[in-house]
Design a protein around this ligand. Structure first.
Ligand code: ATP
Length: 514
């Protein structure tokens, strides 16, 4: 389908629901914003994506192992990682436009306006005084500029005090005193300021209070960092080595829309690769290349991917890039690759008092390893596959079909076995075949409706092969195999069905392209 099609996302949403891929969560109660359930076909596709990642990342790399850490972690984990402090945004809503803003950003924008006025005064004076102009002297003596600077200092001081003492009433009063209005509605009709942390918190046990507050993890990575030493020691791992995991993460996203692209409960597939300090940028480049290859091997279209290198790096990173995918809403982040230095392990050392180091026998010394991370959202990957796969086709006879051209190795159902009629022993023959295949391939049996209608149903869920059992089958044990993409049908001996499926849906072949 053409990308940037406004309707494409809508079509995918309704197709996903109609065909058992994705349902809005608790839909009978009108759903819950930004949470979704995976249906009978969705869970198969999701599991296949996980398997493709797990095999490529863990089982095919002798120096990468997997773990499955708990969602709940000791609260200090999130203090050390910076999430308790850095995930905190003071938010305010404008009641008329219903737009939500970060309160500190509104105030900072206001300060920027005053700074603009200072810059104007400076420019005017520079023009007036020419070569004799001394900017430092001017800004420290000019009455108007000094006034502006005092104003800025007072605003900053008041805002900082409001943040430090959590006096959000004064934060709101500051916004009102500064006459800050909503750029959308133009009004000053504000709600109270509320502190908003992207982490979900809950109470451990029955005792309320700060000491028992724990968080739902906002990323899976910290479960890896806190287990660094356990894995390194128990697995006798030598640098460089990696630890991978797939699991749920939770973020109380402020703006949660665009279907499964941004959810409040989602799944991540993350790998932390521990390296010798100094080697990290080489490994960063290698992982960028390897991860892009993993994506492109799927054949969703090489032009659908691009790197976006970060120019503004987080304070702990010395290189970072996103792999962006051309979603129906345009190019957006699908995966992040970050060189995180020794930030996380050192922070956990400092907060736990435990050494998280590696003894390098060559250097004969201990050091904290550096880390290169690859982090991909499983649900975003699901959406990438689905948006590439969804196709509406007009056939030669003028009829239309919706087909999901899902890479066959990832398809939820690999084969449908269809008896041409419900009688004459054809259903029994079909079931006989399914009973042989079901150990190795996800197979569906369908006898309802005309054969053409049944093909369409399988096209709509992306089944790569349909096998039809007809009267001739009873005579010579041959069947027809229909290919989803070409719609070609060939008659082959029943024994060849397995070979066709093995060749046509092989995960091994996909992994070989990595
Ligand atoms: P964004 O800028 O889109 O919010 P991020 O930079 O916060 O993403 P990371 O913290 O790097 O994301 O998380 C790694 C990956 O996890 C992302 O590349 C994305 O695929 C996935 N991810 C992050 N937040 C969500 C979410 N709310 N819903 C679904 N997937 C998500």
């Amino acid at each position: 389908m053409a990308k940037n099609d406004d309707n494409l996302l809508k079509k995918i949403v309704s197709h996903s629901k109609e065909y058992g891929f994705i349902f809005p969560s608790s839909e009978i109660y009108d759903g819950l914003a930004a949470t979704y359930d995976y249906g009978q076909n969705g869970v198969e596709l999701k599991n296949n994506i996980k398997q493709y990642w797990w095999k490529a990342m863990v089982q095919m790399n002798e120096n990468i192992v997997g773990i499955d850490s708990a969602i709940f972690m000791h609260p200090t984990t999130w203090k050390a990682s910076g999430h308790v402090d850095a995930f905190n945004d003071p938010l305010i809503d404008n009641k008329d436009s219903k737009k939500r803003y970060r309160a500190d950003v509104l105030v900072e924008d206001h300060i920027a306006k005053i700074e603009g006025k200072i810059a104007k005064e400076v420019a005017k004076a520079a023009k007036r005084f020419g070569d004799a102009f001394n900017e430092d002297e001017f800004v420290s003596t000019n009455g108007r500029v000094v006034g502006y600077k005092e104003k800025i200092a007072a605003i900053e001081k008041r805002m900082q005090a409001a943040i430090d003492t959590q006096n959000y009433a004064d934060f709101k009063a500051l916004i009102e005193d500064l006459d800050i209005f909503c750029p959308v509605s133009g009004s000053k009709n504000w709600t109270d300021v509320r502190q908003f942390n992207l982490m979900f918190s809950t109470e451990l046990g029955s005792v309320a209070g700060d000491a028992s507050t724990i968080y739902l993890r906002p990323e899976t990575a910290q479960g890896i960092f806190v287990n660094y030493l356990n894995v390194q020691k128990s697995g006798r791992m030598k640098l460089p080595f990696g630890i991978a995991q797939i699991g749920k993460a939770f973020r109380n996203e402020i703006i949660a829309r665009q279907f499964i692209f941004r959810m409040r409960e989602f799944e991540q597939m993350e790998m932390q690769f521990f390296v010798k300090p100094g080697d990290e940028l080489d490994w960063y480049e290698k992982w960028k290349e390897k991860r892009m290859k993993w994506h492109k091997a799927l054949g969703l279209g090489d032009n659908s991917y691009r790197f976006h290198d970060h120019l503004n790096l987080a304070h702990y990173a010395n290189a970072a890039a996103d792999i962006e995918y051309d979603f129906p809403m345009g190019f957006k982040e699908l995966e992040g690759i970050h060189s995180r230095t020794d930030f996380d392990l050192t922070a956990h050392e400092n907060h736990s008092g435990k050494k998280l180091q590696f003894f390098d026998p060559q250097e004969n010394k201990n050091y904290v390893p550096y880390v290169v991370e690859t982090s991909i959202g499983l649900d975003r990957m699901f959406l990438a596959v689905l948006s590439a796969a969804y196709n509406e086709e007009t056939l030669e006879d003028g009829s239309e079909r919706v087909v999901l051209n899902i890479p066959p190795a990832l398809a939820p159902t690999k084969v449908a076995v269809l008896p041409l009629t419900k009688k004459d022993g054809l259903p029994e023959k079909a079931r006989e075949l399914i009973n042989k295949l079901k150990f190795d391939f996800t197979a569906q049996y369908d006898e309802k409706d005309a054969i053409g209608k049944r093909y369409r149903r399988q096209d709509a869920i992306g089944t790569p092969f349909c096998v039809t059992i007809d009267h001739q089958t009873l005579e010579d044990n041959t069947v027809t195999i229909r290919n989803r993409d070409s719609m070609e049908q060939v008659r082959v001996p029943m024994e060849e069905v397995r070979t066709t499926l093995e060749k046509g849906t092989s995960l091994t072949d996909l992994l070989r392209k990595n």
